[in-house]
Design a protein around this ligand. Structure first.
Ligand code: DGL
Length: 270
């Protein structure tokens, strides 16, 4: 592997751009190839085997683009396909997901505490967070809740309004989340509603530390590149590939990345 190879990042759609943003902020000299599988989103309602098939196909695209790292910027794909993609890539690229770095961080910071998770049905039902947190053995209690309305709500730009307030408050009021002290935002769309979640928890009189994985995973990627002497010193042109292109994806990408990106259509299957 060489330092000037790009970093591949993929998600079911454009939510993973929140992770690409954090990577760009922490590693401005790296070149990014982003792949959003907009033709097949949402992943959160799909079976693990379907998500695995899409993920392998996307990993192939990113390997063809000569990526030194493949970062799975989607909790649903991380929970269904991380080990598969890691084994598939072998020595061709280092594979990161958004779950492992987060689990390591929260387990250290929350010993003997109660952690909550919200995410898609796939992420919550797969039980990967709870299994990994338990395996680290820090006497942590864990509760999770699938919150499937949040992704379409955010993609439609519905946040910081009455509707998003009621939806979020309804979820946070669920009995399973009443005792939590830390809340993991287990979906790469959710950083956009992090402030609103914090505000609503405050309104409810609750003290909960809300954490998302974007910065955590970007930092662990930086550490890896440094240790492996793979830090690039000059970024090339970033590319943002999507398997389906519509004006609404272009518009939403601005929300998630915080600046204009030019999406390029890339057909995943001929
Ligand atoms: N960004 C995906 C995740 O982190 C959620 C969107 C989807 O369901 O495809 O799980």
């Amino acid at each position: 592997m060489k330092a000037n190879q790009p970093i591949g990042i993929f998600d079911s759609g454009i939510g993973g751009l929140t992770v690409a943003r954090a990577v760009k902020d922490v590693l401005p000299n790296e070149t990014i190839v982003y792949f959003g599988d907009t033709a097949h989103l949402p992943y959160g309602d799909k079976s693990a085997s379907t998500i695995q098939a899409y993920s392998v196909k996307i990993a192939d695209v990113l390997l063809q683009k000569n990526c030194k790292v493949i970062l799975i910027a989607c909790n649903s794909a991380s929970s269904a396909a991380f080990e598969l993609i890691r084994d598939y890539c072998g020595s061709r690229a280092k594979v990161f997901d958004v779950i492992n770095p987060m689990v390591e961080r929260v387990s250290i910071e929350n010993q003997k505490k109660h952690i909550g998770l919200i995410g898609t049905k796939q992420t919550v039902n797969a039980g990967v967070y709870s299994a990994k947190i338990e395996a680290l053995g820090n006497d942590i209690e864990f509760s999770s809740l699938a919150t499937p309305l949040l992704v379409p709500m955010i993609e439609e730009g519905f946040f910081e309004n009455n509707i998003s307030h009621d939806v979020i408050a309804q979820y946070l009021g669920d009995s399973s989340l009443q005792e939590i002290e830390t809340l993991i935002l287990g979906c790469t769309h959710y950083p956009l509603i992090k402030n609103e979640i914090e505000m609503i928890l405050k309104e409810m009189g609750r003290t909960v530390d809300v954490v998302d994985s974007a910065e955590t995973v970007a930092e662990s990627l930086k550490n890896y590149l440094k240790e492996s002497e793979l830090l690039n010193d000059k970024a090339g042109t970033d590319h943002f590939l999507v398997s389906d292109l519509t004006p609404s994806f272009e518009k939403a990408s601005m929300l998630f990345f915080g600046e204009h990106v030019t999406l390029e259509k890339y057909k995943l299957w001929e």
